[in-house]
Design a binder for this molecule. Structure first.
Ligand SMILES: NC(=O)c1ccc[n+]([C@@H]2O[C@H](COP(=O)([O-])OP(=O)(O)OC[C@H]3O[C@@H](n4cnc5c(N)ncnc54)[C@H](O)[C@@H]3O)[C@@H](O)[C@H]2O)c1
Length: 367
């Protein structure tokens, strides 16, 4: 989210009128046009006709980093694809229905998964898990079969459990690479920036990225507000902020009153994360960091002590990306006593969520 300028020398004459710097956006555009000419970069959206899938596809249609956007859904994908395909950007859009998962995924570079059902008022987490777990397992099987080298970005909830399902399926198929599987928890950082800004207008919410560690539901969401420069919130303010960030999803579910959960803000966050992955893995941009829910063996050495102490193999933390996906899982930031209490509560709940997902995949292989 940090916007900036690379210093790029265009001319050696000191008094030249030619600007000596190019905006980052211009460099990205030049690179992506070259990329589109020389390669076919396929990104698949699974669940593309849904509340998140449609605006996410719309946002991704606008990036030249993607040359082919394949929309897969069990309903209405050809219609959404026909609509998007009229937008005057370079990428091709194709729509794939129920029977066409293999065709949609074949040789994909990246698979983004917002497929499943969203939470409705009165629905328990178990209700959500019972439906979405099977959907995610089947999509992971599709990845193993059709694009085993793909980056897999999981949006479907509960992320704390759906990411372990994807990983276990890929392990069963012998194609697991923890550097390439991500749970998209970006919305927690996006909400944090916005909610902090509402209390303190002196920050720029677009350039102030908030690290959010732990997991991606309720108490497992631990925003590290103390690292935002200049923050001096009172305990009462922190209580309100933290609760709002942890339960921001509930705010939307309640306001939509039965018509679904967060879709537009999620599509924004999902598009941002997907573009970050493409910028790192395809465009080779370095130094890009986001909080994301990953399997910690993606950076086994630096997470060994944490895994041994917490008995957790999955965690959301700041990750630096490289061409291979996870380049580094950054060390945990120093926490205040307030944040440490939140983290302790997160860890015990996370263990339950992760075990639930992994156990489902082991006990219920696709027949
Ligand atoms: N990670 C996050 O921060 C975050 C935020 C909000 C919502 N979510 C989750 O994202 C998921 C999608 O939410 P939504 O509001 O878009 O739901 P939605 O019901 O509007 O859309 C889901 C889409 O998935 C499709 N689908 C169902 N089974 C499928 C399958 N086997 N293959 C392909 N497509 C399939 C449906 O036809 C539908 O079009 C939910 O699980 C929700 O809880 C995650």
């Amino acid at each position: 989210m940090v916007k900036g300028r690379f210093n790029v020398s265009l001319h050696s004459t000191p008094n030249s009128d030619i600007p000596r710097t190019l905006p980052m956006e211009a460099i990205a555009l030049i690179f992506s046009i070259l990329l589109t000419i020389v390669s076919l970069l396929l990104v698949v959206i699974c669940g593309a006709s849904g509340g998140i899938g449609q605006p996410l596809s719309l946002l991704l249609k606008q990036t030249d980093l993607i040359s082919h956007l394949a929309l897969f859904d069990v309903v209405n994908a050809p219609g959404v694809a026909a609509d998007l395909s009229h937008i005057d950007t370079r990428s091709t859009v194709s729509g794939h229905g129920k029977e066409d998962m293999d065709e949609a995924m074949r040789d994909a570079h990246t698979v983004v998964i917002p497929a499943g059902v969203p939470r409705k008022p009165g629905m328990t987490r178990d209700d959500l898990f019972n439906i979405n777990a099977g959907i995610i397992r089947d999509l992971a099987e599709g990845v193993a079969k059709n694009c085993p080298d793909a980056f897999v970005l999981v949006i479907s909830n509960p992320v704390n459990s759906t990411v372990p399902i994807v990983c276990e399926v890929l392990k069963q198929r012998g194609v697991f690479n923890p550097k390439k599987i991500f749970g998209i928890s970006t919305l927690d950082s996006v909400r944090s920036s916005r909610f902090v800004y509402e209390l303190d207008n002196s920050i720029d919410p677009q350039t102030t990225r908030v690290t959010v560690i732990g997991g991606h539901s309720g108490v497992t969401i631990v925003p590290v507000i103390s690292h935002i420069p200049g923050q001096r919130f009172t305990k009462d303010q922190l209580d309100v902020l933290t609760h709002r960030i942890q339960y921001g999803g509930d705010e939307v579910v309640k306001a939509k009153d039965g018509a679904g959960s967060a879709t537009l803000s999620m599509a924004y966050a999902g598009a941002h994360f997907t573009k970050t992955i493409l910028e790192a893995t395809v465009a080779g941009k370095t130094g890009l960091v986001e909080s994301t829910f990953v399997n910690l063996t993606a950076d086994a050495d630096s997470t060994a002590a944490f895994r041994a102490t917490t008995l957790l193999d999955y965690f959301a933390q700041d990750v630096e990306f490289g061409r291979e996906g996870v380049s580094k899982i950054l060390p945990l930031p120093a926490l205040t006593a307030y944040e440490q209490v939140l983290l302790d509560a997160a860890i015990s709940e996370l263990r339950v969520d992760v075990t639930k997902g992994a156990t489902f995949a082991i006990d219920n292989p696709k027949v």
